[in-house]
Ligand binder design. Structure first.
Ligand SMILES: [Fe+2]
Ligand SMILES: [Fe+2]
Length: 256
């Protein structure tokens, strides 16, 4: 993708992420209680889910004006399923006490409000740029949960499964869940709720949350790179920028 957009998105998301890390725990997830970590995750989850509402808002508006491209229906359903999944991450963090402080709630909700309108603006002009913003967020989310799991495994394995996690991952109809798993795994099978581990402790809950973030990231990588949720082939990799020199060479080749 365009180098300027790529660099600006990366700067923006890395800065916001670093500020949140600075406020919460100074990026060290091993020195704080699970409740303190849940506050940080509550803020991240509140912000991370608004892009999906932003995409849906713009797509609904375009639909209203008669702009109904083939495939939009499937994409809207997937974005709703992603938003629903992020809502359940948020409910899990709330069940762990992540939203107990007025400061956390105010920070999270203010950021979410501002970021929603920013995404609506970006998505209206460039779907690729808006999807790339979320690709970066989901990558941060996966790495954050992965680090949290490895540094707190013993504690998490002794903690119970929150009722909301049990309901979402084990008791409810998996239709909505499977809808956002758009990318096949290496063995060729689509990811699904049935392939997830049984919930024995809070550790398994966070494994599920982490893996959900990876599913979001895979779908977004494909949307950025191929404008298709399922992508091309089965190997998904982070989006890379195209240096200006290569763009210029490509333009010259096309005009020759
Ligand atoms: Fe999430
Ligand atoms: Fe996510």
């Amino acid at each position: 993708m365009d180098d300027g957009v790529f660099q600006f998105n990366k700067f923006l998301i890395d800065t916001v992420y670093d500020v949140i890390c600075l406020i919460y725990n100074k990026n060290d997830l091993s020195k704080h209680s699970i409740e303190q970590c849940a506050s940080r995750f509550y803020v991240l989850e509140t912000v991370a889910r608004v892009p999906y509402f932003g995409y849906l808002s713009v797509m609904h508006l375009k639909e209203t004006f008669g702009n109904r491209a083939v495939g939009d229906k499937d994409r809207m359903r997937t974005h709703y399923a992603e938003a629903d999944n992020e809502l359940h991450h948020l409910l899990i963090m709330e069940s762990l006490g992540g939203n107990s402080s007025l400061f956390d709630r105010t920070l999270a909700q203010s950021m979410a409000f501002g970021y929603y309108w920013y995404v609506v603006g970006v998505y209206s002009f460039s779907e690729q740029a808006a999807y790339h913003l979320s690709e970066l967020i989901e990558d941060h989310a996966y790495n954050t949960y992965d680090k949290f799991l490895s540094t707190n495994e013993d504690t998490l394995r002794k903690m119970p499964v929150p009722a909301i996690a049990r309901k979402y991952y084990e008791e409810e109809n998996p239709f909505m869940f499977d809808l956002f798993c758009t990318v096949k795994e290496a063995k060729g099978e689509p990811s699904s709720l049935a392939s997830r581990p049984k919930l024995e402790s809070l550790y398994d809950v966070f494994v599920n949350v982490r893996n959900d973030e990876r599913e979001h990231w895979k779908t977004l990588c494909n949307l950025v790179q191929y404008e298709d949720m399922r992508g091309v082939g089965q190997v998904v990799s982070s989006t890379r920028s195209t240096p200006k020199e290569l763009v210029a060479v490509g333009a010259a080749d096309n005009s020759a």
